[in-house]
Design a protein. Structure first.
Length: 348
């Protein structure tokens, strides 16, 4: 009888050991998200997700916490960057008002699709021409064209990207998106954009949702409303883009199984969850309070995930490709700003 119970006790000890390995990093990611929330509350112009990435990068390079981040906390922080990101992306679908998006009209829908396609393929081509390592061209192209760090996390899940490539791409996209908050409002008058047109330009050309809000609100409520709707339309393209990347990866690895012995799924589960959440939102059955709680939970999960990703950034390694990465960031910024401006002028 004792022999029959031994495997179970061994399994329990294994789970306990695994949990004790993960909790320091998960607790640190949760603490980083809390600090990022406090920063956002104190300085509303700094988006919570941007603050999370910056804090993650900072703690990974401060002499005291650095040892803990690279040692005892590494497993939990890496898990936060993967699993919490997936759950946050599913909840992101609940913020996608498909009925509101469609009210903008098919001309605007076509404009947004064109901007996303031009930005994605243009950035991907330029990144490969510049010789950026690994999956960085793919990830940066995704971040610029869809919704910043959230899109990078989604695509990295299906492409199996290296954690350092993901962290470097998140850092670059976050930096450039943050710069947009300061630069784009200065261009509204020289480009002769009305407030609604400026909002559409911001929604079509700025990466992260928080950065869109921070940039568009400088031109008033009309600009902010247009910016958010156009941005939601870009977010809606996350699912087909991730599915296309998954299909491409599956085609390249045809017949290859994962470490668990299973073939990769044609459409990742979290993408199906994202679409299901968007469909649920469209039914109108969820009360406003539920949507508010879902949004707050999504922000917290993505903040913890981005803190985990930021903690994987190694600045000396990033500096070795810094010139090429900066050139790609600038080039992609010019592409998305130029194409989105042309699209807005054609549809106003």
């Amino acid at each position: 009888m004792a022999l029959l119970h031994r495997p179970q006790s061994t399994a329990v000890r294994h789970v306990s050991r695994e949990t004790s390995t993960l909790w320091p990093g998960l607790a640190m990611a949760a603490g980083g998200a809390l600090v990022a929330w406090c920063v956002h509350r104190l300085v509303p112009t700094v988006p919570m997700l941007t603050a999370s990435v910056v804090l993650g990068i900072a703690v990974a390079h401060i002499p005291g916490p650095r040892t803990f981040v690279r040692g005892a906390a590494r497993a939990g922080l890496s898990l936060a960057g993967r699993r919490l990101m997936r759950i946050g992306i599913v909840l992101l679908g609940l913020g996608l008002g498909l009925d509101q998006v469609l009210r903008l009209g098919w001309a605007t829908v076509a404009m947004v699709v064109g901007v996303v396609a031009a930005t994605f393929f243009g950035t991907l081509w330029l990144g490969r021409r510049l010789g950026l390592p690994g999956d960085q061209p793919l990830l940066i192209a995704t971040g610029y064209s869809i919704c910043g760090a959230s899109a990078i996390g989604a695509v990295s899940e299906v492409s199996g990207s290296d954690e350092e490539d993901v962290a470097a791409s998140v850092a670059l996209v976050t930096l450039c998106g943050t710069l947009a908050i300061a630069v784009l409002p200065l261009l509204q008058d020289p480009l002769t954009l009305s407030d609604p047109a400026f909002g559409r330009w911001v929604g079509a050309g700025v990466h992260d949702v928080g950065q869109v809000v921070a940039t568009a609100q400088t031109a008033g409520p009309d600009a902010l409303g247009e910016a958010v709707l156009v941005k939601l339309m870009r977010v809606a393209l996350l699912a087909p883009l991730v599915a296309a990347v998954a299909f491409s990866v599956r085609a390249r690895r045809r017949g290859v199984r994962t470490s668990s012995g299973r073939r990769p799924a044609p459409v990742p589960l979290f993408v199906a969850g994202f679409l299901a959440a968007a469909a649920l939102r469209a039914t109108g059955v969820l009360p406003d309070v539920a949507l508010e709680w879902a949004h707050a939970t999504q922000e917290a999960l993505l903040a913890a995930a981005l803190f985990g990703l930021g903690s994987a950034v190694h600045l000396p390694t990033l500096a070795r490709t810094g010139g090429r990465a900066a050139a790609l960031g600038l080039g992609a910024w010019v592409v998305v700003a130029g194409v989105s401006y042309a699209g807005v002028m054609l549809t106003v």
